[in-house]
Design a protein around this ligand. Structure first.
Ligand SMILES: Cc1cc2nc3c(=O)[nH]c(=O)nc-3n(C[C@H](O)[C@H](O)[C@H](O)COP(=O)(O)OP(=O)(O)OC[C@H]3O[C@@H](n4cnc5c(N)ncnc54)[C@H](O)[C@@H]3O)c2cc1C
Ligand SMILES: *[C@@H]1O[C@H](CO)[C@@H](O)[C@H](O)[C@H]1NC(C)=O
Ligand SMILES: *[C@@H]1O[C@H](CO)[C@@H](O)[C@H](O)[C@H]1NC(C)=O
Ligand SMILES: *[C@@H]1O[C@H](CO)[C@@H](O)[C@H](O)[C@H]1NC(C)=O
Ligand SMILES: *[C@@H]1O[C@H](CO)[C@@H](O)[C@H](O)[C@H]1NC(C)=O
Ligand SMILES: *[C@@H]1O[C@H](CO)[C@@H](O)[C@H](O)[C@H]1NC(C)=O
Ligand SMILES: *[C@@H]1O[C@H](CO)[C@@H](O)[C@H](O)[C@H]1NC(C)=O
Length: 588
């Protein structure tokens, strides 16, 4: 990943279709709060001393490349790694989807041209702080967080929690805010016989205890070192304990081993009343429910989570790919995929598919039965190879561990990090695959999107089909009755106009609209349309009222609020950089 941006041909990322969306959330406007600029230096000094001197000023990631350039080495390093994540993670100001570093509504930004980070035109604009926090705390201790809550309550300065900055909905940045940066909470430990605190009588299980700053790439290596498997996502930079876990968490192994929220055994969290709490099935059960799917940035600042470990897995893997995303090939592939999805799901397969590749992995089959299950796909690929389709290939392997699978098949196709990028999401229910009519409808909806260029989608067969849930999570139950989570992707460039950005949001809504029309109201909160209509039902289904009670109990002063989060106050000035929902409305 060191050589800069991945080529789009490699990305498990693509499509966009859609039509519509009468998103009808209230437009963001201001409520009174002390502007951060009026906080006195004595107040900052006091806060700094309460957090062990770990208060620091936010600096835009690319600032070193804007005039006056005083350190050419620092700038060259940023240019070289502008889209590969690694360096960006070490900046509290860094966001993977760079629109959230900017203030979309007024155009303030400090971005390079992600297609050519040396483009001098980008650095001719003034470097503005945008949605980056003017101050951050490098969080180490529970008291760091309670000091921040005290400060926010007293001054009215909004707080944000920034872990890796991977959020697609801008929930880890806000203009004029104080940032709680959890990145350096990197502790990891393994306990082969973990019992949640205070749960006498609960059988011990193997668990990994991960600090809130741990990223999946680190957790996978740690798990392998301890001969265990952890269920995580596809990007090495996403946090294992932050937004991914608290909003759901799906991955290739979720089919058999469940979602992130299914496997968390305990959280350590500071709630907005400043209290450091241990949260599990035996104490603070209401918070445990809320943190298992209610979303990050809402109920408290999690400092650590204990995650159920699985034994090592042997995976049967098939990757087919082709570099010709033509309509005919795409349609043929999707027809086969839709027709085989129910049997693949039963056989434990995690599936990742785009218009140029499909990756299948299951821990349930042996090599012989896997070859049988994959036959429709290996035949399809062989046909492409025989017809000399550009880049056509097919590989089938048995891999002895999740880490080997991840390193071999997932690392080479990591998403680009450092581009203004927005998504749409739809959960596709089992019923869509039940009859030839419903299959045809699904194919039509997908193809409608494919024909909209530049159309990008990823089909993720990562729902918890073969996992028996405990019934105490707060993600929409639609996850339990769906076979696919589909994401669509829309992006813009460093110099797009407000009008172009507004149009991109409308396109993002359109890309899922045909799918919305044929599916229940269900989407993944972490990867959804920023303007998801009816988001309460789509993200949480029947669990919303219970989640709202937890929010009101622990955060009555709204010290933690984020876009389309449980109990959010949409009029808060913290949302002033979001284009108002009313501006995005698209024709029916
Ligand atoms: C390239 C890419 C690939 C992805 N792949 C997957 C995937 O395979 N599976 C999947 O399920 N998702 C995936 N996601 C989506 C991912 O789950 C979300 O982006 C998620 O919000 C990231 O969480 P984070 O903590 O890493 O990021 P951040 O942007 O730092 O935080 C996200 C949200 O969580 C809150 N938060 C963070 N830390 C804490 C904490 N300690 N306590 C309380 N709140 C906290 C933040 O305030 C914010 O609201 C992917 C995203 C990207 C960009
Ligand atoms: C310049 O930046 C490089 C890379 O970030 C850093 O190692 C070096 O210390 C910086 N030099 C000065 C003089 O600040
Ligand atoms: C927060 O404020 C409360 C009440 O004023 C005080 O008791 C507590 O010590 C403060 N916490 C920190 C970490 O400053
Ligand atoms: C991390 O682990 C070290 C060593 O066990 C411990 O001293 C420290 O308190 C831990 N830090 C956090 C934030 O848990
Ligand atoms: C890893 O764990 C498995 C079962 O959990 C066990 O059979 C195997 O011997 C272990 N391997 C090592 C190297 O400890
Ligand atoms: C769907 O799969 C069945 C076998 O499972 C096969 O008989 C049928 O031809 C397939 N239909 C299509 C359209 O591929
Ligand atoms: C953005 O910059 C590119 C050159 O880098 C230029 O071709 C394009 O027209 C610009 N777009 C706008 C909207 O200014």
């Amino acid at each position: 990943m060191k050589e800069g941006r991945m080529h789009s041909a490699h990305l498990p990322h693509l499509l966009s279709m859609l039509f519509l969306s009468g998103a009808t959330l209230a437009a963001a406007s201001s409520i009174a709060a002390t502007p951060i600029s009026q906080v006195t230096s004595a107040q900052w000094d006091t806060l700094n001393s309460q957090v062990g001197g770990r208060l620091f000023q936010g600096v835009p990631f690319a600032k070193a490349c804007f005039p006056p350039v005083t350190n050419q080495t620092a700038c060259a390093e940023i240019q070289q790694h502008y889209t590969d994540g690694t360096i960006r993670y070490s900046f509290a100001s860094g966001s993977t989807n760079t629109e959230w570093e900017t203030c979309t509504t007024n155009g303030d930004q400090c971005l390079l041209d992600d297609t050519d980070p040396t483009n001098p035109l980008a650095t001719k604009l003034p470097c503005k702080i945008g949605s980056i926090s003017p101050y951050y705390i490098d969080v180490q201790e529970p008291s760091d967080v309670s000091a921040a809550f005290n400060f926010s309550l007293k001054t009215g300065v909004p707080l944000i929690i920034h872990n890796t900055g991977h959020d697609y909905k801008g929930r880890s940045t806000a203009p004029d805010s104080l940032g709680l940066w959890t990145h350096n909470l990197k502790n990891m430990s393994y306990n082969p016989s973990f019992v949640p605190t205070g749960c006498n009588g609960v059988s011990p299980t193997a668990a990994a205890i991960l600090g809130a700053g741990v990223q999946w790439g680190e957790a996978y290596q740690f798990a392998d070192n301890h001969n265990i498997t952890l269920v995580g996502g596809s990007d090495k930079g996403v946090g294992a304990v932050g937004g991914w876990l608290q909003g759901g968490g799906h991955g290739v192994l979720s089919n058999t081993l469940g979602m992130g929220v299914d496997r968390v055994l305990e959280f350590k969290v500071v709630t907005p009343d400043g209290v450091f709490r241990t949260v599990n099935q035996c104490q603070n059960q209401d918070l445990f429910f809320a943190l298992r799917g209610g979303g990050g940035g809402t109920f408290g600042v999690v400092l650590e989570a204990s995650i159920l470990a699985a034994p090592p897995v042997t995976l049967q893997v098939t990757l087919i790919s082709w570099a010709d995303p033509s309509i005919d090939i795409t349609k043929e592939f999707l027809t086969i995929l839709i027709n085989n999805t129910v049997s693949l799901a039963k056989a434990g397969y995690g599936v990742t598919a785009t218009t140029e590749l499909a990756l299948f992995a299951t821990p349930l089959l042996d090599a012989t039965s896997a070859a049988q299950a994959m036959k429709p796909f290996t035949d399809f690929a062989q046909n492409l190879i025989d017809n000399k389709v550009t880049g056509a290939s097919s590989v089938t392997l048995t891999l002895p561990s999740w880490l080997e699978f991840f390193n071999t098949f997932i690392l080479p196709v990591q998403s680009t990090n450092g581009v203004p990028n927005i998504l749409g999401s739809r959960l596709i229910p089992t019923s869509s695959f039940a009859t030839s009519d419903s299959q045809a409808q699904l194919l039509d909806a997908l193809m409608a999107g494919v024909s909209l260029n530049p159309a990008k989608f990823i089909i993720l067969g990562t729902t918890p089909v073969n996992f028996k849930p405990d019934g105490k999570t707060s993600v929409t139950d639609a996850w339990r009755t769906s076979l696919w989570h589909i994401t669509t992707e829309t992006h813009w460039t460093w110099n797009s106009t407000l009008q172009e950005k507004t149009a991109a949001f409308a396109t993002a809504a359109k890309t899922v609209e045909r799918l919305r029309a044929i599916t229940p109201d269900a989407a993944y909160s972490n990867e959804a349309d920023v303007y998801e209509p009816n988001h309460i039902v789509a993200f949480w289904g029947t669990h919303y009222n219970d989640l709202l009670k937890v929010k009101q109990k622990y955060d009555p002063h709204h010290l933690l609020d984020c876009w389309q989060c449980v109990g959010w106050k949409s009029q808060s000035s913290r949302f002033k950089c979001y284009i108002p929902t009313s501006s995005i409305a698209t024709p029916q």
